[in-house]
Design a binder for this molecule. Structure first.
Ligand code: C2O
Ligand code: CU
Ligand code: CU
Length: 411
C-alpha cells in the first residue's frame, strides 16, 4: 500500500501591510499572516491534514468542492475549538480542478474569510500534463477579493452595515494590491478564484483580447471556450489560458473594468499546449425535477424554501448512489432581488438548463457553485457518492450567516 501525503494547516492571527503609507493591520492566515498555502491533492491518493486552530475562537476547515464524506468536510458541525487540533483523512477521487479551503463556523465564517482565511486545493492528475502546470511560472492562481480599508490602511469589516455582504473598493489578488507578474511563457494558465464575501466579478483583459476558458469549478470543460469576459460569483472558479505570443506591451487583468494584476511581458518561451479532452456527459432531460429549491430575499430576510438554517433540522434526505435533478429558483422580491451563488457541499454537479435553455459552452463542466439570477430557474443534476450531513447555501457569506443555508443528509 502506498503511503499517504501529510499536510499541516494552522489557522492563526497575523499582521499585514497592504499600502505603503498605511499602518499594518490585523489579519488571519493559514500557515502565515494572510491567506494560505496551495495544497496539492493528487487524484487517487490519500491526503492526511492536521488542522490546528490557534485563533481565540472556534473555526472549521472546509474543503470547498472536494467530494468527501461529511465528517471530513469541515462544515459548521466540525468546529475545532480555540487552541485545539483535528486530523482529517481525504481520499482524493475526482477530476483535476482548482478548489479552495476556508472556514465555516456558524456566525463567523464571513468575518474569518474577510480577514484572510482562505487557501487553495489543486486536485492534480498526470493526465493533465499537456497543460501549463509549473506552479508560479506558467500556472498561477489568482484569489481575487474585494476589501474595504480604513484611511489608515486597516481592514474594515462591519457585517451589520452590510447585510448583503461586505463589499470593498480595493481589489486584492492573492492578498496584495496592484500585483505584477512577469510572464515568461507564451501561454499562461490562470486559475481565477472569486474569494470575495459578496461581490460578483467580470474579468477582462485590458487589451480587449480573448481568454480561453478551459475549466469550471470542478474540472475541464467539454472543450475550451474563447471568452472576452469571465464572470464569477463568490465561491466560483474558472481556469483560463492567456496567449501572450502576439503581445508586446504589458497587459492588465481587470475586474469590473479596474486593472488589478499586471502581466509584464519579457522574453517569452514557446509553449505547446496539448489539451486533454473531457468526456461529454449525458444529462437527464429537462422535464425531470426531483426537488425544487426556492431562493428568496436580500439582507437579513433571506431564505431557502421559506426557511432559515436550523442545525437540528434535516431539509433534504437522499440516498447514496442516487442521481437527482434539482430546480433552483430565485424568486424576486418587491425590490427585484439579487443574484445568489448557490453552493452544495460534497458533490460536483452539472447544469442541465437555465430557464429551459441548455447551458452556455463555458458552463459545460463540473460545478459546485452556480449563479442564479432573479427570476431565473436553474436545473442541475447531481449524484451523491458520499454520506453524511452536508450543507447547501448561498455563497454570499453574509447571506449564509443570515440563515440562507440548509442541510442535505445522504445515507
Ligand atoms: Cu465555500 Cu459552504 O462553502
Ligand atoms: Cu463548500
Ligand atoms: Cu444570497
Amino acid at each position: 500500500t502506498e503511503s499517504a501525503i501529510y499536510y499541516t494547516v494552522v489557522a492563526d492571527e497575523g499582521t499585514s501591510r497592504f499600502f505603503q503609507d498605511g499602518k499594518s493591520t490585523e489579519t488571519l492566515g493559514y500557515n502565515g499572516d494572510l491567506l494560505g498555502p496551495m495544497l496539492e491533492l493528487p487524484k487517487g491518493k490519500t491526503v492526511v491534514i492536521d488542522t490546528i486552530n490557534r485563533l481565540d475562537e472556534p473555526t472549521t476547515f472546509h474543503w470547498h468542492g472536494l467530494v468527501i464524506p461529511a465528517e471530513m468536510d469541515g462544515g459548521p458541525h466540525q468546529a475545532v475549538p480555540a487552541g485545539e487540533r483535528a486530523q482529517v483523512r481525504l481520499d482524493i477521487d475526482q477530476e483535476p480542478s482548482t478548489l479552495w479551503f476556508h472556514p465555516h463556523p456558524m456566525g463567523s465564517t464571513a468575518e474569518q474569510v474577510y480577514k484572510g482565511l482562505a487557501g487553495l486545493l489543486y486536485v492534480t492528475d498526470d493526465a493533465q500534463s499537456g497543460l501549463p502546470n509549473e506552479y508560479g511560472v506558467d500556472d498561477i492562481p489568482l484569489i481575487v477579493q474585494d476589501r474595504l480599508f480604513t484611511k489608515n490602511g486597516e481592514l474594515d469589516y462591519d457585517a451589520h452595515m452590510n447585510v448583503d455582504g461586505t463589499t470593498g473598493d480595493t481589489i486584492l489578488a492573492n492578498g496584495a494590491v496592484n500585483t505584477t507578474f512577469d510572464v515568461q511563457t507564451e501561454t499562461l494558465r490562470v486559475r481565477l478564484v472569486n474569494g470575495s464575501n459578496a461581490r460578483d466579478f467580470d474579468f477582462t483583459l485590458s487589451n480587449g483580447e480573448m481568454m480561453t476558458q478551459i475549466a469550471t469549478d470542478g474540472g475541464l470543460l467539454e472543450r475550451p471556450v474563447p471568452m472576452k469576459t469571465i464572470s464569477l460569483t463568490p465561491g466560483e472558479r474558472a481556469e483560463v489560458l492567456i496567449d501572450f505570443s502576439q503581445v508586446k506591451d504589458n497587459v492588465a487583468l481587470e475586474a469590473d473594468g479596474v486593472p488589478f494584476t499586471t502581466f509584464r511581458i519579457g522574453e517569452l518561451d514557446k509553449t505547446s499546449i496539448d489539451m486533454p479532452t473531457s468526456e461529454t456527459i449525458e444529462l437527464s432531460t429537462d422535464e425531470k425535477i426531483d426537488r425544487q429549491l426556492t431562493l428568496f430575499g436580500m439582507g437579513n430576510m433571506v431564505s431557502i424554501n421559506g426557511k432559515t438554517y436550523d442545525p437540528d433540522r434535516i431539509d433534504i434526505e437522499a440516498k447514496r448512489g442516487d442521481t437527482e435533478v434539482w430546480e433552483i429558483e430565485n424568486k424576486p422580491d418587491m425590490m427585484g432581488g439579487m443574484t445568489h451563488p448557490f453552493h452544495i457541499h460534497g458533490v460536483q454537479f452539472r447544469i442541465i438548463s437555465r430557464d429551459g435553455n441548455p447551458p452556455a459552452d463555458h458552463e459545460k463542466g463540473w460545478k459546485d457553485t452556480v449563479a442564479v439570477s432573479p427570476d431565473e430557474r436553474v436545473k442541475i443534476e447531481l449524484t451523491f457518492t458520499e454520506t453524511g450531513t452536508f450543507m447547501y447555501h448561498c455563497h454570499i457569506l453574509e447571506h449564509e450567516e443570515n440563515g440562507m443555508m440548509g442541510q442535505l443528509k445522504v445515507t
